[in-house]
Design a protein around this ligand. Sequence first.
Ligand code: 13P
Ligand code: SF4
Length: 425
Amino acid sequence: MTSVHDIITADPAASCDVELVKGPWEFDTIPGYGPGCSEDDVIPEPVVRPGQLPAAYQKMSDDELHARIRAAKETLGNKLVILGHFYQRDEVIQHADFVGDSFQLANAALTMPDAEAIVFCGVHFMAETADILARPEQHVILPNLAAGCSMADMADEDTVEACWEELMDIYGSEPDADGKQPVIPVTYMNSSAALKAFCGRNGGIVCTSSNASTVLEWAFERGQRVLFFPDQHLGRNTAKAMGITMDQMPMWNPRKPLGGHTEEVLLDAKVLLWHGFCSVHKRFTVGQIKKAREEFPGVKIIVHPEAPMPVVDAADASGSTDAIRKFVEASQPGDTIAIGTEVNMVNRLAAEYPDRTIFCLDPVVCPCSTMYRIHPGYLAWTLDGLVEGEIRNEIIVDGDTATYAKVALERMLSALPKAAPVIGD
Ligand code: 13P
Ligand code: SF4
């Protein structure tokens, strides 16, 4: 199988960033490089500096790294579990014990009580979630601390708290005659533990792209409206599918008083959207969908709900990464499927189902550059550490943050995803 890295290495100009061919450690000393700092995104401040990968690991051949990873797994046995998100590179996924979407990986952290170490091949907010849900004795490790999520960094605790205060001034904090709260905070899984804790403290909940509609239903049973952050697109796509109109979902601009709206608009609102977005999924366009339909009559198109609303509307279906996997699984030999999500996942599905034509809607090879920072070199280094009794790159969420974030996450875990879309729906 030709991995995304092989494709990019063969022709760096075919990718969205020629620098992707380099080892992620080559950027560790560049000012501003750090969690969430992704292609074309504003670098969040203050940036947490990742530690440097030791030179010996930077120089190792791929074969040597894979052999080390396999040997460490053999030695550690069931004391170790490696979780991998669908967007990870093939070179990393081949070592994962469990591969899934962010909802499944959060559950997986709960169901591996024997593992002393959970090595999370994904991004920072996923590892934080695993740490909150895991037993206190378990260690959660993120092989490269620079693997953040640029969207998660688009909502920070101070700004959300300031927004909340303004909303409380308008809505008050008392429930209405039906017992419904004025506003329920809902944070997408792609957010810091601090924001999950904010939701836990304020009667709110976490959602993932797989259970967002179940979560919004949960919220509307308890509240008159929802503050949804950080992803405007997931919020808009999910609310629209529930029949909420555009004028009932204003976008909150934290740089403007009242988010840039009048009191009337905010009082009429059903869903207040944050201004966050994913730099990978905002690349998908209606033009790409039109082109795919012209070139491949009968093509079925599925996109992730982080894509903008016109793209979701123009596609045949939308769903979480696992819903996309299931959509492909339920297709028939000979089918053509165009997918609007991260390219590592799309290319892996194409290799898994060679009797179907499967391709990414984006003609440019553009992996999630922060997920891509988990390189086998970091995996080998953290696993060797465990073999030597040293815990490297541990993610620890402690104190009240973990307690309240767990409240919001446990609410989320009981909000089950609805059935995934299938071809013909
Ligand atoms: P899933 O919850 O669908 O795995 O998505 C996570 C993500 O980061 C998508 O960009
Ligand atoms: Fe974050 Fe987008 Fe990467 Fe998902 S694909 S981890 S939302 S930057």
